[in-house]
Write a protein that binds this ligand. Structure first.
Ligand SMILES: [Zn+2]
Ligand SMILES: [Zn+2]
Length: 337
């Protein structure tokens, strides 16, 4: 009798689990199909006039403070992004990393200290999008907020730019939070390219925006957080907004082909959210080849690819496609353009 009960229960539990997973995947598949149609339409409908940079910058440097590889064992790494952008006298912090272990001081603050970055120099905080690896962790993403650490940082009262609703940080003082989906000029020679929507499997709809910097005599440097909209669409947006040629592409392009970073056991979250399609018809080498083809058409002089959301296999393909032009973002290794 007891054995019969055990057999029934041991059969019921896997059956319930199977039904729950199947129902979840069915709902998500329907959502991503509908979401893709809506996001594609929204993207196609977003028409903008040419945007003047109001001039150009003489000097641009980007110091990676958080990414997946580092230049030294003293620096912390994470599958997240935080870059310190210096465009002439303007200092912008692009995204605030992942802080996966909810540490205080966070890897970001620890790296700032190691690298001698003065947090008081930052005047603008710019968010590419609202994913955990860019807003300082899962807790922040779920609460619709951000933080540089799991405790108070010495961030001065900066201006914040976000493509979606963003609540004040529980720890950091800011002067104002600006939410804009449209392109705008941040400072002379520095533009925000406007949010591009994409409906991702699992995480749903996301808006991502990138920075464009016009360097005198060289052209535009695109600085990208995660690259969810695809390089094809980011380049298309740049062509819509600007007359200047693209000189360099820096940052994340989201190619977790053959395995993403930050796997949880057999689950590969970066791969699952890599595309506006279910994982079984998700990202493949064809998508990567299409991206490489689009970049070849742009023909930038430099590409510095973030490894935080691109696999080693994809990096290898990038290196083969752009010999002498491609390098990989490393924490602590300043990119001077
Ligand atoms: Zn992302
Ligand atoms: Zn990312």
């Amino acid at each position: 009798m007891k054995l019969k009960k055990i057999l029934i229960i041991s059969g019921i539990i896997p059956a319930i689990l199977f039904i729950a997973i199947a129902a979840f995947l069915t709902v998500k598949t329907i959502q991503v199909k509908k979401g893709k149609i809506a996001s594609d339409r929204e993207y196609q409908d977003a028409k903008y006039p040419k945007l003047s940079f109001n001039g150009s910058v003489e000097r641009l440097s980007i110091l990676p403070l958080i990414d997946y590889f580092s230049d030294s064992p003293q620096l912390k790494t994470e599958p997240g992004v935080s870059y310190l952008i210096k465009a002439d006298d303007t200092v912008i912090l692009l995204d605030v990393g992942y802080n996966m272990k909810n540490e205080h001081p966070s890897p970001l603050l620890q790296n700032m200290k190691t690298l001698g970055v003065r947090i008081s120099d930052i005047s603008i905080l710019y968010f590419s999008h609202m994913h955990p690896d860019h807003v300082g962790g899962m807790k922040n993403q779920q609460a619709g907020t951000f933080s540089l650490s799991n405790g108070k940082s010495d961030l001065p009262a900066v201006k914040v730019y976000s493509p979606e609703k963003l609540l004040p940080s529980p720890w950091d003082t800011v002067s104002e939070i600006n939410i804009s989906k449209d392109p705008f000029i941040i400072k002379k020679g520095v533009a925000s390219m406007g949010a591009i929507p994409r409906h991702l499997f699992l995480m749903g709809k996301i808006y991502e925006q990138s920075i464009a910097v016009n360097i005198k005599g060289k052209g535009i440097v695109l600085i990208i957080g995660c690259g969810h909209p695809s390089i094809e669409r980011i380049a298309e947006r740049a062509a819509m907004l600007f007359n200047e040629p693209i000189y360099a592409i820096i940052g994340g392009l989201h190619y977790p082909v053959h395995g993403g970073r930050g796997k949880i056991g057999p689950i590969d979250p970066q791969y699952i959210i890599a595309k506006d399609a279910p994982p079984w018809s998700g990202l493949n080498d064809g998508d990567l080849d299409a991206g490489l083809h689009a970049i070849k058409k742009i023909n930038p002089a430099k590409i510095v690819l973030s490894p935080h959301d691109t696999s080693d296999a994809a990096i290898k393909k990038f290196k083969e496609a752009f010999p002498g032009k491609l390098s990989v973002v490393k924490v602590g290794k300043e990119i001077i353009l």
